[in-house]
Design a protein around this ligand. Structure first.
Ligand SMILES: NC(=O)c1ccc[n+]([C@@H]2O[C@H](COP(=O)([O-])OP(=O)(O)OC[C@H]3O[C@@H](n4cnc5c(N)ncnc54)[C@H](OP(=O)(O)O)[C@@H]3O)[C@@H](O)[C@H]2O)c1
Length: 292
């Protein structure tokens, strides 16, 4: 039995992007992958791949606590009856996010984002920690290395700040158990979410009532123009999957890793004093405003 085949790992958001690539990559490595999706069509698509060690958890909408609890009960039952190998990792990947100024963001979108990226992973860990203790496991958190203010993406980065806090606090609270919380901080990764959020923004610019949108319109249009160059340099999600696989295999993993376009710059910025970072970001914004 290999290291990988003796372990189960839970991957959320396995229908698309980083979650999908990671679930398939880890299954091909031999892990039993418990891959969560929220649509029947995604169950079908994953089943069609014919990977015996890819077990689909469906439905799991992370904004619905009852679905989270039914999935965790299932995992406990499967592990308790040795139908799956011991749970070794929870890999929190599912997320979304939109590009919008705080003043105009949809409150229900913001709530959804915080629920799926913060509340749901906390419920998952509360339910699954006993199994992770048995497996001397670890929790991986996908985030950005963006512990600095970035305009118009507050729902994503508010969650990233909170995830950073949670993971580091958990490392203290779970120190006696040796359960590590590891931040996988991604820069620009080429996934379907990129086009989706840019299309959504373009539609909102067009359709939102005049008035307060007019205040931001030129700035948001510039964001869309700037994205074109950034998007052309995005990193393939396989790089994230490979990093995750190596972090799972690492005997003594670090608490934070980064991968992807501009992730090094992001992780460098967060090492600077906050007042310096605020100054740098303000200069950047003033320069950008002049170009709108
Ligand atoms: N792409 C990047 O450049 C980048 C950079 C840094 C961090 N990240 C983070 O990486 C994660 C994955 O992003 P991605 O780019 O791979 O996006 P993606 O392709 O859109 O995948 C998002 C995944 O999350 C799932 N999901 C969304 N809402 C959910 C909910 N309420 N319940 C359960 N699952 C839900 C989606 O399922 P459905 O298909 O059902 O919607 C999908 O499987 C996100 O947390 C994102 O913040 C991405």
């Amino acid at each position: 039995m290999t290291f990988e085949s003796s372990k189960s790992v839970l991957v959320t958001g396995a229908s698309s992007g980083i979650g999908n690539t990671t679930a398939l990559y880890l299954a091909k490595q031999g892990y039993t992958v418990l891959a969560s999706v929220r649509r029947a069509s995604d169950v079908q698509a994953l089943n069609n791949l014919g990977l015996n060690n890819l077990k689909i958890l469906y439905p799991l909408d992370l904004t619905k606590p009852d679905q989270i609890l039914s999935v965790t009960s299932y995992i406990k039952e499967q592990a308790g009856t040795n139908k799956i190998p011991v749970l070794y990792a929870v890999i929190n990947i599912a997320g979304g996010g939109s590009i919008m100024p705080v003043e105009l963001m949809s409150i229900s979108d913001l709530k959804d984002e915080l629920e799926k990226r913060i509340i749901a992973p906390v419920i998952l860990l509360q339910e699954l920690l006993p199994l992770l203790r048995e497996g001397k496991g670890r929790i991986l958190w996908i985030a950005t290395p963006a512990l600095f203010p970035v305009p118009y993406v507050a729902d994503i980065h508010t969650a990233d700040f909170a995830i950073n806090y949670l993971a580091r606090t958990l490392n203290l609270e779970l120190l006696p158990d040796g359960i590590k919380n590891i931040l996988i901080r991604c820069g620009g990764i080429r996934t379907p979410s990129v086009q989706r959020s840019e299309n959504e923004l373009a539609t909102r610019i067009k359709n939102m009532p005049h008035g307060r949108m007019d205040i931001y319109k030129a700035r948001l249009e510039k964001v869309l123009r700037d994205q074109v160059k950034f998007d052309s340099k995005r990193t393939e999600p396989t790089e994230v999957a490979k990093l995750i696989a190596s972090v799972l295999a690492e005997k003594k993993p670090k608490t934070r890793y980064q991968t992807g376009h501009m992730s090094k710059m992001g992780s460098f910025l967060e090492k600077l004093p906050q007042s310096w970072v605020d100054f740098i970001m303000e200069r950047r914004e003033i320069k950008s405003l002049k170009k709108t």
